[in-house]
Design a protein around this ligand. Structure first.
Ligand code: GLV
Ligand code: GLV
Length: 321
């Protein structure tokens, strides 16, 4: 109830009250992303920008904005679409939306993991296309979480929420890797291990780290070659963490069992992409935080961040640059 109240409040706030009475608003009036040309034109002279993760905010955009620009507020927890060095150099503040989307993203990750491991999309398809001829002992068999080892790459807010949701399925060992060991890992009996150990010992690998120069292309040929042939790979962070060519080879050759991806490169993934020809690859269209209430609360937070930045006051979720 508290969440849906926040959602209602958010809607009011966004639909003009706060923003439109305090500043002049120029809004891209479509659900489709703003074109580069319109962004470069529309941002001229602006003091603030509210953007999406599909908007690449680089030096060219910042130059087009000019010296007025004080704040960038992104409707996302990820900020790899923002050229942070360029932004910092210009003294621009950045707001983002951590925490409020953690639960929704963790739920989606669990749903994708189960759907991939238990082959739900294939099963649904077989029911529709007449492939369901009878009950067969080994037909559409997959892999279960009970008694398994799960490896989470990046035990941050979202990674931790995923681990908390997976443990009640009877997971035996929870491994995690990342830059540093996390004190909060104790809550899920998490074992901090080197990435190689995680990759070779896990039955399920969940990627939940942010995209950085260190993690870009991290899941490559060598990574997949260390996985068990029965292991399932899940990515709900950013597509560029994965080398998709190498993932395709690992999936099509049977080197790994299956993959579930909520993020790809590019997004949208072209409908003729080779990954979409594979039965053991489940691809979702980047919907980790897509619940009505979460998107409402994210929007309210992004607006509050924007207003704080414009007024030179506190932003509820300011990124430390
Ligand atoms: C979604 O991917 C986000 O960064 O919020
Ligand atoms: C990762 O995106 C996190 O929120 O920890």
């Amino acid at each position: 109830a508290a969440e849906s109240n926040k959602y209602e409040a958010a809607k009011e706030e966004i639909l003009s009250q706060t923003v439109c009475t305090r500043c002049e608003v120029s809004q891209w009036d479509s659900d489709e992303p703003v074109s580069r040309a319109d962004l470069l034109k529309g941002i001229q002279g602006a003091h603030g920008l509210l953007c999406l993760l599909s908007d690449k905010i680089d030096a060219e955009v910042l130059e087009a904005a000019g010296p007025n620009l004080k704040v960038i507020s992104t409707l996302s927890v990820g900020f790899d679409h923002l050229a942070i060095d360029e932004i910092k150099k210009r003294g621009i503040r950045v707001g983002y939306t951590p925490d409020v989307l953690t639960d929704a993203t963790a739920e989606l990750t669990v749903a994708l993991l189960l759907a991939t491991a238990r082959r739900l999309p294939e099963g649904v398809e077989e029911v529709k296309n007449g492939g369901w001829s009878s009950w067969k002992p080994l037909w559409l068999c997959g892999y279960g979480l009970s008694g398994s080892t799960v490896g989470v790459i990046g035990l941050g807010r979202i990674g931790m929420a995923i681990a908390q949701r997976l443990m009640p399925f009877g997971v035996k060992r929870l491994l995690y890797s990342g830059r540093t060991a996390k004190p909060h890992a104790a809550e899920v009996n998490g074992e901090f291990v080197p990435l190689d150990t995680l990759v070779s010992e896990s039955d399920f690998i969940v990627v939940s780290c942010s995209l950085t120069p260190e993690t870009q292309g991290m899941c490559d040929k060598s990574f997949f070659s260390k996985m068990k042939p029965t292991a399932v790979f899940i990515n709900t962070s950013r597509g560029a963490v994965v080398n998709q060519e190498h993932l395709y080879e690992a999936l099509s050759s049977g080197q790994i069992a299956a993959a579930g991806l909520d993020v790809t490169t590019p997004e949208p993934l072209p409908t003729n992409h080779q990954l979409l020809t594979l039965k053991n690859c489940v691809v979702l269209p980047h919907i980790g935080s897509a619940t009505y209430s979460t998107r409402g609360v994210m929007s309210a937070l992004a607006v509050q961040n924007l207003l704080g930045g414009l007024q030179g006051t506190d932003m509820p979720s300011e990124l430390t640059l």
